[in-house]
Ligand binder design. Structure first.
Ligand code: GDP
Ligand code: MG
Length: 163
């Protein structure tokens, strides 16, 4: 059985961008407009010499009758249930938001194996958000730039002991 990593976090932090980089094909849609990717997507990731399954969570952007928090909980729990570990992603440029804190609580309560990633980490504009990420109480944040491919070696080193 292949190791499975779920990428979770609020809309627009860069989950699909990382998923696409890991999978190497445009399996998950990336768009500036929230609402493009839906539900869960699975792909075969390659990162250095590592091979694993990666799940991209989406579906939080759709307008439905269900509350955002309800959908976050449902989708995150589904993804976490399918995965061996999850990469909880925040946007380092935006810093920690109230929605990020809700996600952190869901993950803590699920007792999930969580790695914290501060994405959009390229450049000085992300410095404050990376520091803020410690306040989530999920350990040291991994500074990433999914778009520019920064932090991929560190991500591989983090995952390697598990795969
Ligand atoms: P998702 O909703 O979490 O799946 O986020 P997306 O992957 O769709 O990305 C949302 C937006 O953030 C897009 O405009 C991406 O190009 C942008 N983005 C993703 N990763 C990075 C990054 O590392 N740096 C910057 N500056 N923008 C990024
Ligand atoms: Mg997406």
């Amino acid at each position: 059985m292949s190791f499975t990593l779920a990428i979770v976090g609020r809309p627009n932090v860069g989950k699909s961008t990382l998923f696409n980089r890991l999978v190497g094909r445009k399996l998950a849609l990336v768009d500036d407009q929230p609402g493009v990717t839906r539900d869960l997507r699975e792909g075969e990731a390659r990162l250095g010499h590592l091979k694993f399954t990666v799940i991209d969570t989406a579906g939080l952007e759709e307008a439905t009758d269900e509350s955002l928090q309800g959908r976050m909980r449902r989708l995150t729990e589904r993804a976490v249930g399918m995965a061996d570990a999850c990469l909880f992603m925040i946007d380092a440029r935006a810093g920690v938001t109230a929605t990020d804190e809700v996600f952190a609580d869901i993950l803590r309560k699920k007792n999930a194996h969580v790695f914290l990633a501060a994405n959009k980490g390229e450049g000085r504009a992300a410095d404050g958000g990376v520091i803020e990420a410690y306040s989530l109480g999920l350990g040291e944040p991994l500074r990433l730039s999914a778009e520019h491919g920064e932090g991929m070696g560190e991500l591989a080193m983090m995952l390697a002991p598990l795969i």
